[in-house]
Design a protein around this ligand. Sequence first.
Ligand code: ADP
Ligand code: ZN
Ligand code: ZN
Length: 700
Amino acid sequence: MLHQISVMVHTPAHSGLGGALTYESNIIHAPGTLVRVPLGSRELLGVVWDNAPAHTATEIAAPLQLRAIASVLDGVAPLSVHWRHLVQFAARYYQRSAGEVALAALPSQLRDLTTEQWARRLKRKPKAVSAYEGATQTIPTPTDEQAQVLTDIAAHKGPFLLFGNTGSGKTEVYLRAAQAKLERDPQAQILVMVPEINLTPQLEERFRTRFAPQWGADCLVAMHSSLTPAQRLKNWLAAHSGEARIVLGTRMAVFASMPHLQLIVVDEEHDPSYKQQEGARYSARDLAIYRGQLEGAKVILGSATPSLESWHHSRPATAIEPAGRYMRLAMPSRVGQGALPLVRRVDMNRQPYKTVFSNHLLDAMRERVTRGEQILVLLNRRGYAPVLNCNDCGWKSECPHCSAYRVFHKLDRTLRCHHCGFTQPVPRACPSCGNLDISPLGRGTEQLEEHLAELLADVRRPDSEPIRIARIDADSTRLKGELERQLAEVHAGAVDVLVGTQMIAKGHDFRRVTLVAALNTDGALFSSDFRAPERLFSLLMQAAGRAGRDASMSLISPCEMWVQSFHTQHPLFEALKQHDYPTFAEQQLQEREQATLPPFSFQALVRAEARSQEAAQGFLNAARDAGAALADELLVDLYPAVPMTIQRVANIERAQMLIECTSRKALQHFLAHWQSDLHAMRSAHRQVIRWAVDVDPLAI
Ligand code: ADP
Ligand code: ZN
Ligand code: ZN
């Protein structure tokens, strides 16, 4: 007898098919089974799906009867109902096809290996569990705060927001909570997510050192985009089979197949990199909460500067309002008395015109370097200078393909567009008037590094060697392994002053840093992006957290964070000075509530790209008209289409339209129905190259 089987495949995003196709087979395959199926002239990887309303493969291809499943991928257990449910939810919530989400969540080699290669891959004997030969460790006794938090986690259902200062021992809490789960249940699996794994290479080591002695060196696998396809398949299979007890990964790991998942940790939960920025634009943090609920796994979100969403969700009950959905757990103290740095604000209005480092700051830096202490200088702009400028005619180094300036990179003397990548040698003279006097405007990390080398040329380290300055940013770490190498040098003390972008502020446990300086931060205070202050505050708090991690250093010289600003009295800096996230958050939340911005409303963006701005906006405004009646009914606000902040990239015009509603449910309802309007409008708007919906967008 022939059976009809739904199979989820990756159909093109705009086919409107939703991904599930019907095939026939003479045996029943359990939902979750991985199969290969024909589609047109190709053969695709697919996942047998629950009997979802499905389209037949013949609706796309010509033949009139159902086509047969080509083969089953042997040796892989079916994906669980929870996994399928998670995929289905993510697809619906983020307005993509389930097939796209499902297939993107699977390692590419499942798709790419031929049947023969797969058979060979399966024959490979699993290595005997390798004995662990790492360093032995002393496991610290929890502090009172850690013990209290662990008791709460054990006793309550969560989800938890672990609000712990930098250096308060959050990682130790994750380790202990994981340990408890592993010990209680011989199958339990744990998912630990971090924003960017290569920024914190020590973390993987810390987990491995802790768990390998008891559970073997293979108990932990990593999952992130810099693994090779073969590594990714290996790790995925280890998690899927239940062999790997711990998965440590970036946002993609939220879709890891883990049949016995019991605990999910989202470290630095506020970090924007948890939001996928292409394809299905999911938030791994939000999906983690959903997945935890779905599978009955506990979820811990951790941060010293939580996202305002999570902070709001974890609000305590008041006289008139019940508590939020999350349980807030606080760890205000740093372990080992390492003090938080004293924040010093330098009023740049009182400095001579064009001052880069105030004299006081320079003196403080010299003094510390002479004593053998390390310094971080944070400037969130890479390159030498953001613009090259002709002093005669006013020519600027605009990118011919984008509405942006090309950045001057001095090392290879190029003008490089950071949006489309267009690169040219720096012209000798002004391309517009021939003037030879063209000069950089503004300053990036490359120039700062050069400038500091001049300013500190006469300073000596305690060993009377000249001081060493290094720079870490996207340019200096382009080569594979370079970031790890540079970080190791900083850790080893080979670097005295580290200049860098936000990459240097995250998670590193630099022991000898006693001074952090932040330059040019004012832009974010008055940005049109309502999340800019939140991001700046968290960046500065994280950066401050790099200082004074070693209590014995702080005894010699109290650590400091210096902020140079033209607006030193701004409430953001006041809160920073007090290391007072709650006050900052309250003030921001009040502003958001008054303006009905998230978390007091829910947003989605539709972005459209076309050869002309008119075409892009035309599509969006037509979509707006099509949705107007339903939007009215559901109290959803549809704003008019506007150009994006960087309106043109690589000669493509970009426009966006904001959709807002105070009810998440109504917004979801609207989007689900409106999708078909958008798909249908495509044919009348041939000039639109692509469009996409971004639900809960991070940047507007
Ligand atoms: P966070 O993740 O909050 O920044 P960590 O967990 O990295 O903090 O802890 C900061 C430092 O304190 C680390 O060097 C860690 O080994 C140490 N530490 C954490 N908990 C304890 C403890 N209970 N006793 C002693 N040292 C601890
Ligand atoms: Zn000129
Ligand atoms: Zn460009």
